[in-house]
Write a protein of this length. Sequence first.
Length: 225
Amino acid sequence: MYLSIALKLLVGIVCIILFLRISGKTQMAQLTPLDSVNSFVLGALVGGLIYSPQTPVWYLVFAFAVWTAVNVALRYLMRFHHIRRAIRGDTVMIVRDRKLVLGEFRRNGLEMEQFRTLLRENGIFSMFDVDDVRFETNGRITVTRRNEPPESYLLVNNGKIMDGALERSGKTKRWLCRELCKEGYPDPEKLFCVEWTPKRGFYIAPMEERRRHGGKKQKVNPVAN
């Protein structure tokens, strides 16, 4: 029995490491809902099978293989905006131009005292020092203080236009496509990322940059507001 437990524990550790490598989670600094589910399932798989002497170790390997395949499939499906938003959630503005967005407070179950605690954790002790606040998918906040440089917006991620970021930036898809055409990139689907910072411009990285040969290089160009 002890040998079986040791063997299953060893196999479990190896399977978890392989799972993290395949799923790309070499670090768990940002926990999304999917990451939390993975943590529960992986813990249940290892813990449940270790203390079930009658269960062969190959059941553990099979369970990990199935769960890894499910995660790989989910990663592929998350290329689609609506599925990615449903699984990972989306960053929302809870303070805009120093005004509370009460609808987002209610939708996320956030109370004012909880919000003030999050502000204090960021070294802010008064709403007078805040311009904009974003509620991130991991439950933390990102604060733009008054008189700070403007924040940047990720408008294209892995070939997909980020509708939420466009909305927060006050721009439209038509504007984005027009500006990208001016920069020599008529097809957003061929771009790995596009970051825009007001009064500073675009940071553009084409998909081809990740390959060994060929492709346009990354561009950093100022674009008028």
